[in-house]
Design a protein around this ligand. Structure first.
Ligand code: CA2
Length: 147
């Protein structure tokens, strides 16, 4: 099983600022956690990060026929991007939305997710541990689809 793990704008800054919201660990720490978990459960995980909406759209489109599922942290684009919503709908690849913090417990503008309706599940507010959880959830759903 091949999963694409996509991270949106500024997530490369993890551990550098706002530790009270996102913790002290870095983006590299997050990648290591994801890689270790993927190896443990026997899935292939390719991890990418971009600060650019169009690049994320290209990667979501590319996933069609190439990846079994997507774990997506759209970061700030969660709250603005019809383009990412359309890309997930067009790709037709099962996608789980993940957030390190819980956007519903923060500023009102973070309470809207344009992506949520296109995703099979959403994991939020669990810190870095949300990624392994999102991967497990996605794996279960893909296995169910393929059985
Ligand atoms: O909680 C999440 O994972 C978010 O997707 C993170 C986004 C935020 O816009 C969403 O509302 C919730 C922000 C990612 C930027 O991360 C930073 C890390 C360190 C310093 C500054 C920003």
């Amino acid at each position: 099983m091949k999963l694409l793990i996509l991270n949106g704008p500024n997530l490369n800054m993890l551990g550098i600022r706002e530790p009270e919201i996102y913790g002290n660990r870095t983006y590299n720490d997050l990648c290591k956690l994801i890689e270790d978990h993927a190896q443990e459960i026997g899935v292939e995980a390719e991890i990418r990060q971009s600060n650019h909406e169009g690049v994320l759209v290209d990667w979501i489109q590319e996933a069609r026929g190439k990846f079994d599922g997507i774990v997506l942290n759209p970061a700030a684009y969660t709250h603005t991007s019809v383009a990412l919503l359309d890309a997930v709908l067009a790709a037709g690849v099962p996608t789980v939305e993940v957030h390190i913090s819980d956007p519903d417990q923060r500023e009102p503008f973070r309470r809207v997710s344009y992506l949520r309706r296109a995703c099979v599940a959403c994991v939020k507010g669990k810190g870095f541990a949300g990624y392994p959880e999102a991967i497990d959830e996605l794996k279960l759903r893909i296995e169910r689809i393929n059985s």
